[in-house]
Write a protein that binds this ligand. Structure first.
Ligand code: HSE
Length: 435
């Protein structure tokens, strides 16, 4: 078989890793693919001193790669959604297969991109877009194809998990850890995408489509970041037997699909609670298989390159297959996608951790308990510390039963309006993830 020619656009952390892995494991990769895979064109606005481009065609204009008649597969590693979208659509129009690590691009423009690719009979593979090196797209799309998937929950942003882990284990400051994540090449170009949960929501939207056969709907995902998490909450959560993780959750319910990213207390005995540092993990519950867990490096050059190269091999293997014999982009055949609605956050059901700053005097707790009980919310656990010398407010920590979001939100408005309660109540959702 003729060698498969690859054009790589973008020579950042992942581009550099992809070149390295393709070169280092060349013989093994060819043996797996059944043909040689050759990097023949690189498009990058500037050189990366870590990559030796000697002997390679190098273009400053990345669109030259999409137009290169020699290229079979264009690998998009430039990031962003504007130029990347144009580049990918151009490559598809030229009849090229595409491999991308760009979660924002797939989550926001995937429906359009896949339609264009199907029209042209080419593949767009995006394993590296979700959870770095973990083959979660392949697992859901192919390995779990016999299941009705009920829910999935994942730590799908390495930077955020690295920050939370360092804060908890070493008491380090948020900004200091974020800076290190940037130096290590984990963080997005705009790190707010990591800490505000946008990056995780991109990935979650993709996972939910693969799991439930719904079109990509990133705009309907509920997103809450980790910048408000305090070390007090980390400590109280531990006292209650929980860890705080920044979780992406997608769940099929009778009314629709829950799609949400937010800090979450999970029982410390769950494997997911023990996923630390830049590692990612995704727990998927299928009706036949039960819960399955996928774990690995969620960011970084070579781990992400591992997924990019696997996609290149996949495309190379199916180059001669008819499009109808390839795995559908979103796991289900395009005409079999369903219109199950994504639920607004007010309709989501979860338990809550509450931290209330309350005046230390008789009757205050009973007022709080009455408001919760009137809303049909029961108190499952409680911590209250003695007041510190010179302070008249104490922290009251509650774990509540599960209830619909709008119920607890209304109850919190009432609790916050009590004279004896100071400021806003801190609320973090709690998930047992017990299947
Ligand atoms: N910034 C992302 C993360 C990179 O930290 O997970 C991988 O998508």
């Amino acid at each position: 078989m003729n060698p498969v020619k690859v054009g790589i656009c973008g020579l950042g952390t992942v581009g550099c890793g992809t070149v390295d892995v393709l070169r280092r494991n060349q013989a093994e990769i060819s043996a797996r693919a059944g043909c040689d895979i050759v990097i023949s064109h690189i498009g990058a606005r500037r050189d990366n001193p870590k990559v030796d481009t000697n002997g390679l065609q190098l273009s400053r204009d990345i669109f030259a790669v999409a137009e290169d008649p020699d290229i079979d597969i264009l690998v998009e590693l430039i990031g962003g959604t504007t130029v990347a979208r144009e580049l990918v659509l151009k490559a598809i129009a030229q009849g090229k297969h595409v491999v991308t690590a760009n979660k924002a691009l797939i989550a926001e423009h995937g429906n359009e991109i896949f339609a264009a690719a199907s029209e042209k009979g080419v593949s767009v593979n995006f394993e590296a877009a979700v959870a770095g090196g973990i083959p979660i797209v392949k697992a859901i799309r192919e390995g779990l194809a016999g299941n009705r998937i009920e829910w999935l929950a994942g730590i799908i942003n390495g930077t955020g998990n690295f920050i939370l882990t360092e804060m908890r284990d070493k008491g380090r400051a948020f900004d200091d850890v974020l800076k290190e994540a940037q130096q290590l090449g984990y963080a997005e170009a705009d790190p707010r995408f990591d800490v505000e949960g946008i990056d995780a929501a991109h990935k979650l939207a993709i996972l939910a489509s693969l799991a439930f056969g719904i079109p990509l709907q990133f705009d309907k995902a509920y997103t809450e970041g980790i910048s408000q998490i305090s070390t007090d909450d980390v400590t109280y959560a531990e006292e209650l037997g929980y860890r705080i993780k920044h979780l992406g959750l997608a769940r099929r319910t009778e009314k629709g699909v829950e799609l949400r990213v937010h800090p979450t207390l999970i029982p410390e005995k769950r494997l997911l609670a023990n996923v630390n540092g830049v590692m990612n993990a995704v727990l998927v519950k299928g009706d036949a298989v039960g819960p399955t867990l996928y774990y690995g490096a969620g960011a970084g050059g070579e781990p992400t390159a591992s997924a990019v190269v696997a996609d290149i091999v996949d495309v190379a293997r199916t180059l001669s297959a008819e499009p109808m014999h390839r795995v559908p982009h979103l796991a289900f055949q395009p005409d079999a996608l369903n219109d199950t609605p994504v639920l607004p956050i007010g309709d989501v059901v979860s338990a809550s951790y509450l931290r209330i700053s309350a005046l230390d005097k008789p009757g205050v707790f009973s007022k709080i308990a009455t408001i919760l009980s009137d809303a049909d919310i029961s108190i499952e656990a409680l911590i209250q510390k003695e007041p510190q010398p010179g302070q008249n407010h104490v922290a009251v920590i509650l774990l509540t039963s599960r209830c619909v979001e709008s119920n607890i939100v209304d109850a919190l408005v009432k609790i916050e309006s009590l004279d004896s309660v100071d400021g806003k109540v801190v609320r973090i959702r709690v998930e047992s993830l017990d299947g």
